[in-house]
Design a protein around this ligand. Structure first.
Ligand code: ATP
Length: 340
């Protein structure tokens, strides 16, 4: 029996082999109740296979997946009852209204006839479609269809929802609304959310924690601030200061800064100075510059976003395994060029 503080999803040594290929390789992961977790990785990393094992739709070669206290392989029906899965593309009967579509799904989920209409109406209100429930779904935008897809998943009041690429093809305003809705639902109703996505910026906006998958292995997991902090400790801190006037080269103040023990390197370009340091000494840098008569117009500290974190972990792995160059170039195209 699952206790309140037990992880709602617990994967231990989860492995799936297709012939000689390990699609998922010894995955250990615990997700807390009410958490929003982002599963990230390039094509073929093993995300879908992991989800299928969690839903009891494919059997692990080794290891176990427990969801809501049920063994997904041995008790797939119990898991299905408590987990809602929204695939990347959701289909509806276009000639039917949103409400009719949802009533159909409600009945498929076994909701009793006296309850199904109330539940469908409430769920449509929950996803912001109350005013559109009597419209045919062929008139719906992709964003509205995605919300109706979410209603399909929510109608059975799941404890966990798994969303595969939920923001695919939605315009920026629609994405914002959808992610806000997910966060509200999770916070207000204690729903645990697992999002599998390629859109790092979207994941960064909504997830409490992320896991980065490469070649069937979970390379790293944690919250973005911690992962970013780890990367800063490893890669170093950099502070760029912009001065009013262009800097004369060689910069006369260079010896003062080179002597600081935390400073590894200083780069000078036009009216910008970048200090590469072993720790964050931005206040000392600014003070020293002002004391030496420099007029500052801007100070910028580099921080690491999810795309930097992703790139670093992926690069490490690619360096160890050069046979995955194809995936690396895919990653650069798909993940790293993304604009917020
Ligand atoms: N039924 C199968 N038979 C053989 N190999 C498979 C099967 N399903 C998946 N694979 C392989 O397992 C690996 C992981 O695939 P999976 O679909 O889990 O990755 P993914 O991270 O979900 O990728 P995507 O983002 O493209 O959906 C891939 O190399 C894939 O080719």
């Amino acid at each position: 029996m699952l206790q309140m503080n037990d992880p709602i999803i617990q994967l231990k040594g989860l492995t799936k082999c297709y012939g000689k290929k390990k699609a998922v390789d010894g995955l250990d992961l615990a997700i807390r109740r009410g958490e929003i977790f982002g599963l990230l990785g390039p094509n073929g990393a093993g995300k879908t296979t992991t989800i299928l094992m969690m839903l009891g739709l494919t059997e692990p070669t080794e290891g176990t997946a427990y969801v809501c206290g049920f063994n997904a392989t041995r008790e797939p029906i119990a898991v299905k009852r408590t987990v809602g899965y929204m695939p990347d593309s959701v289909g509806f009967y276009d000639s039917m209204t949103a409400l009719e579509n949802l009533l159909y799904i409600g009945r498929l989920n076994g909701l009793p006839e006296h309850e199904v209409k109330t539940r469908a109406t409430e769920t449509l209100a929950l996803v912001g479609l109350a005013g559109d429930m009597n419209r045919s779904t062929y008139t719906f935008s992709r964003g509205m269809k995605q919300r109706l897809g979410l209603a399909d998943v929510l109608i059975k009041k799941p404890a966990v929802i798994i969303l595969d690429e939920p923001t695919l093809g939605i315009d920026p305003a629609g994405v914002r609304e959808f992610l806000t809705l997910i966060r509200q639902l999770s916070r207000q109703h204690g729903i645990t959310v697992l999002i599998s996505s390629h859109h790092l910026h979207h994941v960064q906006q909504v997830c409490d924690r992320v896991g980065i998958f490469v070649n069937g292995k979970l390379e790293v997991e944690g919250n973005i601030d911690t992962l970013s902090g780890n990367l800063l400790d490893r890669e170093g801190y950099s502070t760029t200061v912009t001065l009013v006037r262009p800097i004369i080269q060689p910069w006369p103040l260079m010896p003062i800064f080179s002597e600081l023990d935390a400073v590894k390197e200083v780069s000078v370009q036009n009216n910008c100075l970048t200090f590469f340091c072993t720790r964050d000494i931005t206040p000392s840098i600014v003070r020293l510059l002002v004391d030496n008569g420099c007029d500052i117009t801007g100070v910028h500290q580099k921080d690491y976003g999810l795309d930097d974190i992703y790139q670093k972990y992926f690069e490490n792995n690619a360096a160890e395994n050069t046979t995955h160059e194809k995936s690396a170039s895919f990653l650069q195209r798909t993940f790293l060029k993304e604009q917020p």
